[in-house]
Structures are given as structure tokens and as C-alpha cells.
Design a binder for this molecule. Structure first.
Ligand code: PLP
Length: 448
């Protein structure tokens, strides 16, 4: 049954409201300050989100005193867990020395050296303040380098919130994910179906204005729309043959799929790579890395005519800020060992396997899909439509699942989440018990 509006608020929701009075009070207070009372689209949760007070390792605690195993892990930034001691020590030491010099400093040099050491495509690095800024800059670089305008992106792939990448993120793919974007901007981006080399070949062969191909090499929307090594290899070949810049957006996969990101994991090297999240050890930060001949378009040469008219301009108050650099160096020095990946991937494997077992045991095959790779878990909910066919579940079903998980002591995002090296077997077992409880509660209420 497709849940009707009347089937919510559910018993799950009533219990949630009763258990979280302080979160509810903060939500009510936040209403007058924030649109919809929240500060990030992903934090939208009916009837209100939980408010977190502190976090450590794999866990976080809310203002009502509940403890959760965290499946958000800083939106994927915290591969090492919350407050890794070496990251904390590096940030604390740097804090006493200054948070912003408005000048070059040694930490940025070391940070970039680590990126170059780890990421196969990284001949040069330019730091930004976020992943959104990184994809924005990468697109500009591709256009400057080729002298062409259009960037091809893939259906279902997410690259941040700037205007150009809001096309083709969610179905229906011909409608951007946000209003307020000029058509002229959307015309500079061509959206093609993912995993379809024929469609990409046709796009590249039929027009002369394509500057680059931008994609998530771990699959669209953090692996929600999986991809394959063969597809990435095909794209590499097409990009080379057509002289377009291949851009891997590794904001999620960078340093997570492997110390060298999805490009090392799959053995396919792009021309440009965008990075953020794990890059800065849980603090804000991003980067574009890639071929020197492309990234060097940013460099001043001292030739006044070149520097004024033939250069890619790029500023940003928080580029390579010392705190992020200190955290990033500490984090990447640990990432380099490959040890966090062994632990986080094992946690991912255990979670996905356990979730699938629960789905089978509860007889929900087809209605709950569980998949994912490395330390990322993905899931989809389906509901039976009036005509008996299975259809994507409404947002509210994901909210119900989240409420059930929260009640069971685990906080996970809708559709996909991220694990860390701090997640133990006991953490995963607790997440699984919460998942079991959430699905059972949803069945009880005929939401699933
Ligand atoms: N690219 C990908 C693949 C992402 O997942 C994200 C954010 O989740 C971004 C870009 C945007 O990064 P940020 O949120 O740091 O702006």
C-alpha cells in the first residue's frame, strides 16, 4: 500500500515526539531563524530532527540524552570517526598558533604533498573551502583549458549546490533540483544517462562545444546509482579521443574507496579530480587536483597581458586555511596507511550483509533494496502501488525508517550513509537491531 497522509503521524512518530522533548523545543525555537528550521536540506526530518550535543568515535549523543551509532559520519567526512585523537591534537596545536594568516604557510604545502602522494591524477592541487567550490572551479578550468563551454554530467550524479550542477540530479532529470537557476546556465550543462557509453559517444560526436565530463566515479549520489570500472574505462577512452577533460568528483570517494580514491580503486585516472570531506579531516575544505597543464591555468606568470586576460582567476577567504590544513595532514597521514579502509570496509560489509539478512527474514525482498561498496551503505524503499506494482517509496517512508532507527539507537540518512574505522562489530550489531526494529515497526503500521 502507498502510505496515505492519514497513515502519518504514526505510532512511530508519536513515540519519537514523546522521547525527544528538548530536540522538539530547539526545533520550535529554530523556526524563526531558519527556513524550515534547518540548516541543510539533508536534515529535513518529520516531525523534527534530533539535536546533537556531542560526538566521539562512532557515536553521538543528543540533547535528550540518547546515544546513537552514527551512520552520517560528518556526511562522509569522518572516515576516522569523530574526534580522532591525532586530528584533535593537530587542530588544538594549530588553534593556539592562529586560524588565518592571510598568507602562505608550510601546512598548506605539506597538505598538498600528501594529496599528490595519494591521488594518482594529482600533479597540481588548488585548495577551496568546500566540495561545491571544487566542482565549480573544476568546470571553469575545463572550459578555460579547452576553450569550449558545455560540461556533460550524468543523471543522478550530485556535485554540490552551485547553479550549474543542479541539472539532472533527481528524477525527472529534465527538471533541475532547485528553482531559481537561469536557463542560460542550464544550457551550459548537458545531462546524459549514466552507464551508457553509447549516449556519451553520441553526445561527444554530435557537438563541438563540449569541454568536460563530470561524474561521481563511485556511482551517482554516493553510489545510489552504481557504476562500473568498464564504464569509467570507456569514459576515459572517449574523453581522450574527443579531447575533453575527464573530471572525477571524488568528494565522497576520495580517500574512502582507497587511499587514492575511486581512481586508484578502479585504476582509471581522470584529468581533474575534485576533493573535500575526508581531505580536510572533518573540517571545512576542498580541492581541485589534476594535470599540471590544466590546473596551472590558475598560475600567475608575471606577463601582464596573460595574467589579466588568459588566466583562470580563483580566490576564497578560507582556501587552505591553517586549521583545515592541520586536520587534513593528520587525517591523510593515517589514510595513507590503508588501515582505516580495512576497518571501515569490513564494517560496511557486515552492515550490508546484516541488512540483507533482516530484509529476507522480514519477507521484504524487493521492497527494501540494500547495496553499496567499501564503507558506504545504500538502500531504497519501495511500496506497492494501487495497481500492485512496486514504486519508489515517498520521502515520508524514509522518515519513518529514520525515526525507527533513531528509536533503536542509530542515526542514518535516507538512502545512503557512511561508516568509519571507528565502527566496531558491536556498533554494527546495534545498527542492525535498529534496522530490524524500524522495518518491523513500519510493517506493523503498514507503511511498508
Ligand atoms: N560532490 C559530491 C560527490 C558530494 O557528495 C558533495 C556533497 O555531499 C559535493 C560535491 C559538495 O560538497 P560540499 O557539500 O562540501 O559543498
Amino acid at each position: 500500500m502507498v502510505p496515505s497522509a492519514e497513515s502519518y503521524p504514526s505510532a512511530l512518530q508519536s513515540r519519537y515526539v514523546a522521547a525527544n522533548p528538548r530536540s522538539k523545543a530547539l526545533f520550535e525555537r529554530a523556526r524563526s531563524s531558519f527556513p524550515g528550521a534547518i540548516t541543510h536540506d539533508i536534515r529535513f526530518l518529520e516531525p523534527f530532527p534530533i539535536y546533537i550535543e556531542r560526538a566521539n568515535g562512532s557515536r553521538k549523543w543528543d540533547v535528550d540524552g540518547h546515544e546513537y551509532v552514527d551512520g552520517f559520519m560528518g556526511h562522509g567526512a569522518l572516515l576516522l570517526g569523530h574526534n580522532h585523537p591525532e586530528v584533535v591534537a593537530a587542530v588544538q596545536a594549530q588553534l593556539a598558533k592562529g586560524t588565518h594568516y592571510g598568507a602562505s604557510h608550510e601546512l598548506e604545502v605539506r597538505w598538498a604533498e600528501l594529496v599528490r602522494e595519494l591521488i594518482p591524477s594529482a600533479e597540481r592541487v588548488r585548495f577551496t573551502a568546500s566540495g561545491t567550490e571544487a566542482t565549480h572551479l573544476a568546470m571553469r578550468l575545463a572550459r578555460a583549458y579547452t576553450g569550449r563551454t558545455v560540461i556533460v554530467k550524468l543523471e543522478g550524479h550530485y556535485h554540490g549546490w552551485h547553479d550549474q550542477v543542479e541539472a539532472g540530479v533527481q528524477p525527472p532529470y529534465d527538471v533541475p533540483i532547485s528553482i531559481g537557476i537561469p536557463k542560460a546556465t542550464l544550457d551550459t550543462v548537458l545531462v546524459v544517462p549514466a552507464n551508457d557509453l553509447g549516449a556519451m559517444e553520441r553526445a561527444l560526436s554530435s557537438r563541438r562545444d563540449i569541454a568536460g565530463i563530470l561524474l561521481e566515479p563511485g556511482g551517482g549520489s554516493s553510489g545510489q546509482y552504481p557504476t562500473t570500472k568498464a564504464y569509467l574505462e570507456g569514459l576515459r577512452d572517449l574523453a581522450t579521443r574527443h579531447g575533453v577533460v575527464l573530471i572525477f568528483d571524488e568528494v565522497i570517494t576520495g580517500f574512502r574507496f582507497a587511499p587514492g580514491g575511486a581512481q586508484a580503486y578502479h585504476g582509471v585516472t581522470p584529468d581533474l579530480t575534485t576533493l573535500a570531506k575526508i581531505l580536510a579531516g572533518g573540517l571545512p575544505g576542498g580541492a581541485v587536483a589534476g594535470k599540471a597543464e590544466i590546473v596551472d591555468r590558475i598560475a600567475f606568470t608575471g606577463d601582464a597581458e596573460h595574467d589579466r586576460f588568459r588566466r583562470v582567476a580563483h580566490a576564497g577567504t578560507y582556501n587552505a586555511n591553517p586549521l583545515s590544513a592541520a586536520a587534513g595532514i593528520a587525517a591523510l597521514s593515517i589514510v595513507k596507511t590503508g588501515e582505516p579502509h580495512r576497518k571501515a570496509n569490513a564494517a560496511g560489509e557486515r552492515l550490508r550483509r546484516g541488512m540483507l539478512d533482516i530484509v529476507r527474514r522480514q519477507g521484504l525482498e524487493g521492497r527494501v533494496e540494500v547495496f553499496g561498496e567499501t564503507s558506504i551503505f545504500n538502500y531504497n524503499l519501495k511500496v506497492r502501488a494501487a495497481d500492485g506494482t512496486l514504486a519508489p517509496a515517498p520521502v515520508r517512508a524514509y522518515h519513518a525508517l529514520r525515526l525507527g532507527m533513531i528509536e533503536g539507537g542509530a542515526d542514518i540518512p535516507a538512502k545512503h550513509g557512511w561508516l568509519s574505522a571507528a565502527h566496531t562489530d558491536a556498533d554494527i550489531d546495534r545498527m542492525l537491531a535498529a534496522f530490524d526494529h524500524a522495518l518491523a515497526s513500519m510493517r506493523e503500521e503498514r507503511i511498508l
